[in-house]
Design a protein around this ligand. Structure first.
Ligand code: MN
Length: 271
């Protein structure tokens, strides 16, 4: 058992003032010393982007809360490399306003913050709350789940290069049916982009029109949350697909380099 309280770095992509990060900070304070380093405004769908073209500023809002005018990834990198006096024992990103499931995790700033922590060798959890029936968000149950999952990770650790992506249904704690280990689901986007005409007659586009529909498959994050369970998906940062090695080996890839060499020679002749 640890003698000292663990240091937990908390971030998100909804911004430092979002209700979800405040609920998370309050609840995790019972198990560790909480340091919040989060974007100064909403950066949802920022993905794993890093700010390279402009300087980044950090503002200390209180002893344990710093806002950064950058992306969630910037926040984690800055926090771990510069801003925190001690290396955190755990990074928790969220609680995101809205689920982060299936393919959506590749756009998610919430998950990206956890990815960055994982790349820097710190165990990390991303946690998101599904939207309620009336477009409402009550973070109470999700914050309690975050606390319990955090305790488990602090106690047991995570394999190298793995983060946990947690999605919580929009239910009171007592109505949550349990926890399921899941895989990423699949969704079918319909009318994702709305095209309209501006007052000057030029077209413009708005991404995110219609609500997506999910394919109902067993053991996915979506199905678990729809059934009232907390979903925990272990995410591997090695995106290599080892099964496809055999397929690509059948492509006679030597001929690709050969054909490219042939072109170079011919272009040389033409010059
Ligand atoms: Mn968000």
């Amino acid at each position: 058992m640890r003698s000292e309280r663990p240091c937990i770095l908390v971030s998100n992509d909804d911004g430092v003032d979002a209700a979800g990060i405040k609920a998370l900070q309050r609840e995790l304070a019972s198990i560790g010393n909480i340091k919040v380093v989060a974007p100064d405004r909403e950066r949802s769908a920022a993905s794993h982007s890093l700010t390279l073209q402009v300087p980044i500023r950090a503002y200390r809002l209180s002893e344990n809360i710093i806002s950064v005018d950058g992306t969630p990834t910037d926040c984690i990198m800055l926090a771990i490399k510069n801003l925190l006096e001690v290396k955190p024992d755990l990074v928790v990103s969220g609680i995101n306003r809205g689920a982060n499931m299936g393919d959506d995790i590749t756009y998610s700033g919430t998950v990206a913050a956890a990815m960055e922590a994982t790349l820097l060798g710190t165990p990390a959890i991303a946690i998101s709350l599904d939207r309620g029936d009336n477009n409402d968000y009550d973070y109470t149950a999700a914050a309690r789940i975050a606390r319990e999952v955090s305790l488990a990770v602090l106690k047991r650790g995570l394999p190298d290069g793995i983060l946990l992506n947690v999605n919580v249904p929009s239910l009171p704690s007592e109505a949550i049916r349990g926890v399921k280990i899941t895989r990423l689901g699949k969704q079918v986007y319909e009318d994702l982009i709305i095209e309209q005409t501006d007052p000057r007659g030029k077209p413009y586009y708005w991404i995110g029109g219609q609500q997506e529909t999910w394919s109902i498959e067993p053991n996915t994050d979506y199905t678990a949350v729809a059934d009232g369970f907390v979903s925990i998906t272990p995410i591997h940062l090695d995106l290599t697909d080892y099964r496809t090695f055999a397929i690509l080996e059948g492509w006679e890839l030597d001929s690709i380099a050969e054909a490219a060499r042939g072109r170079t020679e011919r272009q040389g002749e033409n010059a």
